[in-house]
Ligand binder design. Structure first.
Ligand code: FPP
Length: 231
């Protein structure tokens, strides 16, 4: 079971309490730790977290820097524990514009955990679904140009194989916290048949109990993948 989460509402959670937005992000980071820890018990085998979008660079510089600091802290503080818990960490998105030290930490974390067989944790940083499709298209086009791929051989599978999620199943469920009813460029290729859920809590209030309730509601959904009704 693959769950994707759009962790929204940190800023509103903080400002509605008279706190700085970064306080909300900080609390959000502690939710990440808890939700990762609880995923295997709830039957989740792959968890994809949307941590920073290609559009998030437009935020105030101090908020972007604060988020980068949280990513550094998360990777530093959780590297050994994630490995110890058999979690395999991968990153989705274009790492190129990220600071060198963050890229090194990302490589270290994904390298250290690459043979782990427990939870698959994907962290999407500087990720956008459209950007991912552009990057995939470029690498497919390059193969066509150099003659290693013919145009007629391009299938749905070819596209999947060039996405950041290659070799991974599509998300069964996508959860977006804090009430907005949209995907905002998250896994737009992979979400074709995903169930969507919009719990009415901000990410800093997304506890393991709320997570378990979402999975329980998901278990009651009937998925047809485009087939006719088969009750
Ligand atoms: C959206 O809330 C949240 C983000 C842009 C950042 C998500 C980051 C974290 C939860 C922190 C750390 C993550 C990791 C992986 C360690 P928002 O700021 O858009 O909230 P708003 O819509 O209320 O303003």
């Amino acid at each position: 079971m693959h769950v994707g989460i759009i962790m929204d509402g940190n800023g509103r959670w903080a400002t509605s309490r008279g706190l700085a937005r970064l306080v909300g992000h900080k609390r959000g980071a502690s939710r990440v730790k808890d939700i990762v820890k609880n995923s295997p018990n709830l039957g989740v085998t792959t968890l994809t977290l949307y941590a920073f979008s290609t559009e998030n660079w437009k935020r105030a510089a101090h908020e972007v820097e604060g988020l980068m600091k949280l990513f550094r802290g998360y990777m530093q503080n959780n590297l050994l524990e994630l490995h110890d818990k058999n979690v395999r960490v991968r990153f989705l998105g274009d790492a190129t514009p990220l600071a060198q030290d963050i890229r090194l930490q990302m490589e270290q974390l994904s390298g250290l955990t690459k043979d782990n067989t427990g939870l698959n944790l994907n962290i999407a940083i500087n990720y956008g679904g459209r950007d991912e499709i552009i990057r995939a298209t470029r690498s497919i086009a390059a193969k066509v140009l150099d003659g290693t791929l013919s145009v007629d051989a391009i299938t749905e599978g070819t596209i999947c194989d060039h996405m950041d999620t290659r070799e991974q199943a599509d998300p069964d469920l996508i959860i977006r916290t804090a009430g907005e009813l949209r995907l905002s460029n998250f896994m737009i290729w992979q979400s074709a048949y995903s169930e969507l859920m919009f719990p009415n809590v901000s990410w800093p209030d997304f506890t393991a109990e709320v997570y378990a309730e979402c999975l329980e509601e998901f278990a009651g959904r009937v998925r047809r993948f485009g087939n006719a009704d088969s009750n």
